[in-house]
Design a binder for this molecule. Structure first.
Ligand SMILES: C[S@@+](CC[C@H](N)C(=O)[O-])C[C@H]1O[C@@H](n2cnc3c(N)ncnc32)[C@H](O)[C@@H]1O
Length: 166
């Protein structure tokens, strides 16, 4: 139960906007989380409540995905089979990287399964974000900027991709 409390705290700290995170008081017995703030807006409070009660947020933590959106891509792929080992994918607007984590699992860029073809994943975002093992990361890169597009094309060509489908 204490772990849950830590988890919620983590979510709150990472996701909150306009919420003062100090001082923080946690009630270990009930796992209640108190963020003392004079600036908290109703919408922030509602967002926090949703995070606290969303099973996908908890599940993302358990599965070590950076956010719950991973499950959207997993569900889409399970239903429509859009990803497969050997695919070369450019993830535009990839931060914090949960879709990239799914792409690495499904497209085999790190050759975790030697019996399947190796893909390649290029993930970029205008924001900074942490690397994902198996993917080429272009952080602080605006897709509308020519230098970003050139970097993507160079990376694609270095992995043997000379034309794109969509
Ligand atoms: C909804 S988030 C993507 C979440 C990601 N798919 C995941 O599951 O982790 C959209 C991202 O697009 C990025 N973005 C918006 N405009 C961009 C641009 N011109 N170039 C690169 N990234 C951009 C934002 O910074 C934001 O991180």
């Amino acid at each position: 139960m204490q772990k849950l409390g830590t988890y919620y705290l983590d979510v709150a700290l990472r996701g909150s906007r306009g919420i003062s995170t100090s001082p923080i008081r946690m009630n270990g017995k009930s796992n209640s989380l108190f963020l003392k703030s004079t600036r908290r807006k109703k919408s922030s409070h509602e967002w926090l409540q949703r995070q606290l009660h969303d099973p996908y947020v908890k599940w993302a933590r358990v599965e070590q995905y950076r956010c719950r959106s991973a499950f959207k891509l997993l569900e889409i792929d399970d239903k429509h089979k859009i990803l497969s080992p050997g695919m070369n994918v450019v993830d535009c607007g990839a931060a914090p990287g949960s879709w990239t984590q799914v792409l690495v699992k499904r497209c085999n860029p790190a050759i975790n399964d030697p019996s399947q073809p190796a893909g390649s994943i290029i993930s970029l975002d205008i924001q900074d974000f942490l690397p994902v093992e198996g993917a080429h990361i272009l952080a602080k890169s605006d897709i509308t900027a020519k230098e970003t597009q050139d970097a993507v094309l160079n990376l694609l060509q270095s992995t043997g991709v000379f034309s794109l489908d969509n």
